[in-house]
Design a protein around this ligand. Sequence first.
Ligand code: EPU
Length: 422
Amino acid sequence: MDVFRIEGPVRLSGAVSVNGSKNASLPIMAATILAAGKSTLKSVPHLSDITVCGELLGQLGCKLTRSANGDLCMDSTVIDNYVGDYEIVRKMRASICILGPLLARCGRARVSMPGGCAIGDRPVNLHLRGLEALGAEIHLDGGYIVAEAPKGLRGAEVFMGGPFGSTVLGTANILTAATLAKGRTVIESAACEPEVADLANCLNKMGAKISGIGSPRLTIEGVKELEGVEYEVIADRIEAGTFMAAAAITSSEVQVRNCRLDDMMAVVHKLRSIGVTVEANGCGCTVAADGSVKPADITTQPYPGFPTDLQAQFMALLSLADGNSVIIEKVFPDRYMHVAELNRMAADLRKEGPVVIVAGVKKLIAAPVMASDLRASAALVLAGLAAEGTTTINRVYHIDRGYEKIEERLNPLGAKIVRESV
Ligand code: EPU
């Protein structure tokens, strides 16, 4: 198992490029099985979650290869299995995004019900409700979701709102399934995340008829078939935000290339409000921080609100602010595994239900800490860059799920991160 040893504090300088989005790639990869043909996806990052998704699609019959230039080539001419196996789904709960495409392509799907994870319960009731509205018959059998639509799916009005807003992968499942349904589907309270818009744009390039992309009301006119596609996924706004926070927490100036600031208004606004300069340029931005940052209140919300996937990283940043901050997690109220670990590094964080009060401290002090989930781990890396001494992060496989060789991308900027196998 790998660990990171991070020596701090460091100053960063230079440029870093953001990779393609993991959370756009996963549902788009799954959606390509809607077409009985070949697709080529560009800018799909080399991450363990992508490998797991590839294995899952491979079990369904899809043939995947990486070309010499890194493109992901997928051949879904034959899909001869409709089972999403527990052994794979338990490794990555985003595997649920095969449910809609599989049901639309094969008329049936048997996909392991994802369990909870380090960030909370994560039910899939809204996915199932939406597919039922499209005419699927659904029951549970031995821990598997069994969905059947022998006569095909039919368009319907589907409301996707839930207690915590809409659902990203739920919207992806209904959207993909509706592309091949008979008639018109209207998804109301659809997730507006840029990753959902990217999926919809890719589906339209495959021949789907989706309008309202990026809005909470998606209208889909069902078509008879879709074609294979060549498509480039968008840049990862969460990776971009993590690099921006890295610049801020180390009081540095860093150019973040290949980032779509338009998708990141809430994050940019928050950085500016705490005294960090963010200047747009060509294909990205320059982020500069000078000394300590001001405190802030952050409430995570579905897009276009502040993303839950950057909550942990901004908590690390605000732990060094000049005063008290309040963080409220409204998407995954239990997503706070990093609180205790940051406190081990001398942060002063107090959790009260879905709220964390962050009392700014003058410095963080290195300690051995445990990565618990992807974004929590990223927060620990940021804290390690700023802390005095050598921070050891255990279980870095969590980071590898969503950041491609993060140490090789931060070290050229001046970070001192060593990966060791123990
Ligand atoms: N929810 C329900 N019922 C459902 C589905 C969701 O109550 O049927 C609740 C969830 O429990 C949560 C809220 O709705 O409270 C939002 O969850 P959502 O379904 O939108 O999450 P997701 O689609 O499973 C994706 C990302 C997550 C990201 C969330 C929120 C992927 C592969 N995953 O998950 O990314 O945090 O949207 O933006 O796209 C990450 O990258 O680290 C990550 C966890």
